[in-house]
Design a protein around this ligand. Structure first.
Ligand SMILES: *Cc1c(COP(=O)(O)O)cnc(C)c1O
Length: 329
């Protein structure tokens, strides 16, 4: 496999811890639950994008880029970690953000600005539609820009989660534990694709269950189809023989509520429960929704006492502050 040979820029602290959520299991009278703490990757408040960015920044530096461009929502965790990665790597960072400038920047947006990113406000276009224009402008001004696409969900980014599966398996081996289900928040597809490629390479025996937090369909393609395609591309890029089909992708669309980034009772309950029982903060957009989904699956007895669940905490906590009005109890 080519993973070890890819250019990589160290940005985070790995392996991230795995802890058991005993009080939550007990409260739900459900399966044992562990949490993989990618909220603790260490890159400017952490998160799953740190893993992807190690490979993107490695590639950008190998290509002698001096400027990074990426895109997302105003409260994008991906953009905040990208801004930090660029700062560490002595690169300029341009972010194409959805919406318009708020009177007072908060949460991730405040951090983007502290980290020195240059913000381009793009209205409805929060998925990188304006990146080509910004790229041309930067190139015309003599820069060498490098694009980290929306969510970092390309074969390069997915490699971060192939690597993460290797990390997980060696931790589980050290713990002497096996899991039956791996549950996480799935949005732009790169985490999901990396996990299923990694599971094939490292021969995982558990179900990988993505809780969909965004409709995610781009153009004609559904998110499931995109993930299968990206898994195939990633395997090919890593020069491993592996087949992927739609049955490899479990993506639960039942918890989308009022849509991407809209906090409902599901997220509010999950965030409050995990905070009060475990002293751990989830985020309002991704992990709050995914944990809400996991709690519902346990209450519906789709996951029971015999199961061993690993919940992958993908980060996002700085957005809590931008959601104060939706979260006050
Ligand atoms: C980006 C993100 C995800 C989803 O990862 P994808 O690779 O985009 O599917 C989950 N949780 C958090 C906190 C994120 O920032």
């Amino acid at each position: 496999m080519k993973l070890e040979k890819l250019p990589r820029q160290e940005l985070g602290y790995f392996p991230t811890p795995i802890i058991e959520l005993k009080r939550l299991s007990q409260y739900l009278n459900g399966p044992r639950i562990w949490m993989k703490r990618d909220d603790q990757t260490g890159l400017a408040f952490g998160g799953n994008k740190t893993r992807k960015l190690e490979f993107f920044l490695g590639d950008a530096l190998a290509k002698s880029a001096d400027t990074i461009i990426s895109a997302g929502a105003a409260q994008s965790n991906h953009c905040r970690q990208t801004a930090a990665a660029a700062a560490i790597s002595n690169m300029e960072c341009h972010l194409a953000l959805g919406g318009s400038p708020p009177p007072l920047p908060n949460g991730n947006l405040l951090l983007d600005q502290l980290l020195g990113a240059i913000i381009h406000w793009c209205g409805e276009k929060r998925k990188g539609e304006d990146i080509p224009r910004i790229f041309q402008e930067l190139e015309a001004s003599g820069k060498v820009p490098y694009i980290v696409p929306y969510g970092g969900s390309t074969k390069i980014g997915a490699c971060g989660f192939v690597d993460a599966v290797g990390e997980l398996h060696s931790q589980l081996a050290d713990m002497g534990e096996e899991i039956t289900h791996l549950v996480f928040a799935s949005s732009s597809g790169g985490t999901h694709a990396g996990l299923i490629v990694g599971k094939k390479i490292f021969d995982g025996k558990y179900h990988v269950i993505g809780i969909s937090v965004d409709k995610g369909a781009t153009g004609e393609q559904t998110l499931d189809e995109f993930i299968v395609g990206l898994a195939k591309e990633t395997a090919q890029y890593l020069e491993v023989e592996a087949q992927f089909s739609p049955k490899d992708v479990i993506l639960i669309p039942d918890y989308l509520g009022e849509g991407y980034g809209v906090v409902g009772d599901l997220e509010r309950e999950a965030i409050a429960l995990v905070a009060k029982l475990e002293g751990i903060l989830l985020d309002p957009v991704y992990t709050g929704r995914a944990m809400g989904g996991l709690i519902d699956l346990i209450r519906k007895k789709e996951l029971g006492k015999g199961d061993k669940v690993l919940f992958w905490h993908t980060g996002g906590t700085p957005a809590l502050f931008a959601y104060a009005e939706e979260l006050v109890v």
